[in-house]
Design a binder for this molecule. Structure first.
Ligand code: NAD
Length: 396
């Protein structure tokens, strides 16, 4: 039986620094992984990770295609920016490797579809790390909702609001490495996708229409370096059942907030209501630094230096499934569950693209406020992928 996944890394930027280095080297899953090579055109990132993993110079590549050609691997993890997930993923699947990507699957449905098709065609696993899928509160909500306990979902409100320093290039030390982080990423691509995916996992509904409103009051006023991006976005999602959700995300909450991310969610149903205390995880700290809600459920640095929490468990579980698949011990049902459009993050990418398109076509309603029109997601999928694919995804 196979004991380890030989893993190559394509992209070694912020998400590897903040999350995956702990998974690879200091978690209960580390023994399942043998880190064999890294590819990143950025020399500093490539060498930072190469040094951390103890990789020789010959296993550090600027071009991922050379890594795929030259190293014997079982899988790669593609940690490139969202719009660059598809090409390395498709190339790796074609080469017979399994692939993990951090959320979201891709920036467009065209890319997500190409990745899903390649996985199916080559019989390999494509797995998306949406760590909230492993949050015990989301899993409990899913089981309870899907038991029928609350009847039919009518409306949901979720929010995920980062402290300003996350997006502020004037803050020292800078939270994300690049000074144009908040101009290059929107709250939709970075945050809404987490909540949209968590909600869709709970209620298992297909989104059919999206509309977004963006607010830009705070970020453009930052000094000395202003940011040309949104403080806050409200994404309204209409589901095939007629249920509606508002997902409010942004990064302009004052730095005095009780946690880096102020977040929660509420589902209002025909027979009950479900409240998720996502930012009150039960460890409140009063300290000279301030008052802080600590979330040990997400990423927990334990006394013995191991790192646990659902930020680690979710990708770890994906690698365990890969290992089982390569050892021939993954059950058919488990394998099938990995290949549903929901599991592959297709609908989350659909919400992302629909909302970004809505904002891009939006009109100014007042100073700093952009109101986008409704994007019909069925039309979008037919236009981008054709009627056959739209039918496969339950959207025609
Ligand atoms: N799980 C989470 O909560 C979470 C958090 C942050 C980011 N992410 C996701 O992780 C991904 C990476 O985000 P990030 O914040 O680390 O971005 P980043 O810009 O910090 O890092 C991306 C890295 O990819 C490299 N890269 C670019 N093109 C490449 C190519 N063709 N081949 C190899 N490497 C290439 C860049 O040089 C860079 O080092 C994105 O999809 C993002 O949405 C997930």
């Amino acid at each position: 039986m196979k004991k380890k996944i030989r893993l190559g890394l394509i992209g070694a930027g912020s998400v590897v620094r903040e999350i995956y280095q702990h998974l690879y080297f200091r978690s209960q899953y580390s023994e399942l992984l043998e880190i064999c090579a890294v590819a990143d055109p950025n020399e500093e990132c490539r060498n930072w990770f190469g040094d951390l993993a103890g990789l020789p110079a010959s296993r550090r590549y600027a071009d991922y295609r050379e890594l795929l050609d030259q190293v014997e691997l079982d899988a790669v993890q593609v940690n490139t920016p969202d719009h660059l997930h598809a090409a390395p993923t498709v190339a790796a699947l074609k080469a017979g490797l399994d692939v993990v990507v951090p959320k979201p699957t891709a920036a467009t449905v065209k890319d997500a579809h190409a990745m899903i098709q390649a996985a199916r065609e080559h019989g390999r696993i494509l797995a998306v790390d949406f760590h909230k899928r492993e949050d015990p509160r989301i899993k409990e909500a899913e089981a309870r909702y899907q038991s029928g306990r609350y009847g039919t979902l009518q409306a949901a409100v979720f929010y995920m609001l980062d402290k300003l320093f996350v997006a502020d290039p004037n803050h020292t030390p800078r939270f994300f490495a690049s000074p144009d982080f908040a101009a290059r990423n929107t709250p939709i691509s970075f945050l809404t996708v987490h909540m949209a995916d968590a909600l869709m996992k709970i209620v298992n509904l297909i989104p059919v229409q999206v509309r977004a409103i963006g607010y830009a009051h705070k970020l453009p006023s930052l000094k000395p370096q202003p940011v040309h991006g949104y403080d806050l976005v409200d994404t309204e999602i209409l589901f095939d059942s007629g249920a509606v959700a508002h997902i409010l995300t942004g990064w302009a909450v004052p730095n005095t907030a009780w946690s880096t991310t102020v977040q929660s969610g509420r589902l209002i149903c025909s027979d009950g209501l479900l409240d998720l205390g996502l930012d009150t995880p039960g460890l409140l700290e009063i300290h000279a630094d301030g008052v802080l809600q600590v979330n040990p459920l997400f990423r927990n640095f334990e006394k013995d230096q191991t790192v646990t929490g659902y930020g680690i468990t979710h990708p770890g579980r994906l690698y365990r499934q890969m290992l089982a698949s390569r050892s021939g011990t993954l059950s058919a049902a488990e394998r099938e569950s990995l290949f549903t459009p929901m599991a592959l993050g297709f609908y989350t990418t659909l919400v992302l693209e629909g909302a970004e398109r809505s904002l891009a076509a939006g009109k100014s309603a007042a100073a700093g406020v952009t109101v986008g029109p409704a994007t019909d997601l069925r039309e979008l999928v037919v236009q981008q992928l054709g009627k056959g694919a739209a039918r496969e995804y339950g959207l025609a």
